[in-house]
Design a protein around this ligand. Structure first.
Ligand code: MRU
Length: 347
């Protein structure tokens, strides 16, 4: 199932506002860099691969704004876009990967005319988007082999079409398994505080006709103990050299619970979510978000409004809790450090 949640018409990027889903299908029109920065920072769009795709279009919008007279001004514009967007959300590596790719393509084409460079960068953003969909399909093919009739699989956050170019990482695996005729049930963690599971994953599974049960984040241990959840599939925002990774807050707790109950824990992520400059997961920067996300629910306070809160948007899971990592390049088994180096051909 391909979700159409972004549209590009050459000068406007329209995105489906994920903060309003599933209640309202509201589209946001982005015409400049600042708007792209805001929709990423404020999570109108979210999910590691999608953040990268949208950022690439942010670069394109910035170079299309007003007439650029020479290559120096062009260079300045590219650097401005990279600088602004780099500050939007710090954890998902896909953001930096996409910005870096756009910058490299610019650097490699400096000898072309300015109009040609604009076209080349626009094509690049479109390729980043299409390649992400292709990678999702490949991962889904590998991942679906791990799902059997009668399985009860747990997922956390939203790793579906909405979080990517349009198909999904962990959810892509479920879509493919369903296509293959496998009969399984998905348990969906609601995913506090902003409820990506309840609002987005449940919505996507419903549309795909996949059987699911929505649970609160504190129920999975009990269901594992009862034998109703027998596999876990999650996405990732940044995977480092040793296989450790950052993902939505709550993932680490689920991984620990899975370990205790002897349940396989699968991570599904494209190569664009790997940061092979970092050696261990403890080095990943973790985004701290506004306390309002915890204290308020739909603008109604659910705690004393002056409460001190902690609101890390992500947590980190060590490699010892992972069964396999599924990428478009293939399935990576333990020992992860060695096998990641092999699959990415690191020296
Ligand atoms: O804060 P979010 O909603 O951007 O966090 C998203 C996640 O943690 C996803 O699990 C992750 O990006 C992988 S999605 C393919």
């Amino acid at each position: 199932m391909i979700i159409k949640h972004i549209k590009w018409n050459g000068c406007v990027l329209s995105v489906l506002d994920q903060k309003m889903l599933p209640l309202e299908m509201r589209w946001i029109k982005c015409r400049d860099l600042n708007k792209i920065f805001l929709i990423i920072r404020d999570m109108n769009i979210r999910g590691a691969p999608l953040i990268g795709i949208v950022a690439a279009f942010g670069v394109v919008l910035h170079i299309k704004k007003g007439r650029i007279k020479d290559i120096f001004t062009f260079d300045k514009r590219i650097n401005e876009a990279v600088e602004v967007l780099s500050k939007s959300r710090p954890t998902a590596i896909n953001l930096y990967w996409a910005l870096d790719r756009m910058k490299k393509v610019f650097d490699n084409n400096r000898d072309k005319t300015l109009n040609e460079i604009v076209c080349i960068l626009e094509e690049e953003a479109l390729s980043i988007w299409q390649e992400d969909i292709d990678m999702s399909h490949k991962m889904a093919g590998f991942g679906a082999d791990f799902i059997n009739d009668g399985d009860g699989v747990l997922t956390h956050c939203n790793a579906g079409g909405l979080a990517t170019g349009g198909y999904g990482t962990a959810l892509g695996v479920f879509f493919k398994a369903k296509e293959n005729g496998v009969n399984f049930l998905v348990y969906v963690d609601e995913t506090r505080p902003v409820l990506q599971g309840a609002r987005l994953t449940a919505w996507e599974l419903k549309q795909a006709g996949i059987k699911y049960r929505l649970i609160t984040d504190n129920m999975s241990g009990f269901l594992m103990k009862q034998g109703r959840i027998n596999k876990v599939f999650v996405g990732a925002d940044r995977i480092v050299k040793n296989g450790g990774f950052a993902n939505k807050i709550g993932t680490y707790s689920v991984a620990q619970l899975a370990k205790i109950h002897n349940i396989p824990f699968y991570v599904v992520a494209p190569s664009t979510s790997f940061d092979l400059t970092l050696s261990s997961e403890g080095e990943i920067p973790i985004e701290e978000r506004d306390s309002k996300e915890i204290i308020f629910f739909n603008n109604i306070s659910i705690a004393p409004v002056d409460s001190n809160v902690e609101n890390p948007a992500f947590d980190i899971t060590p490699p010892s809790l992972i069964t396999v990592i599924i990428t478009e390049k293939g399935v990576i088994n333990s020992p992860f450090q060695e096998n990641i180096a092999k699959i990415f051909k690191l020296k």
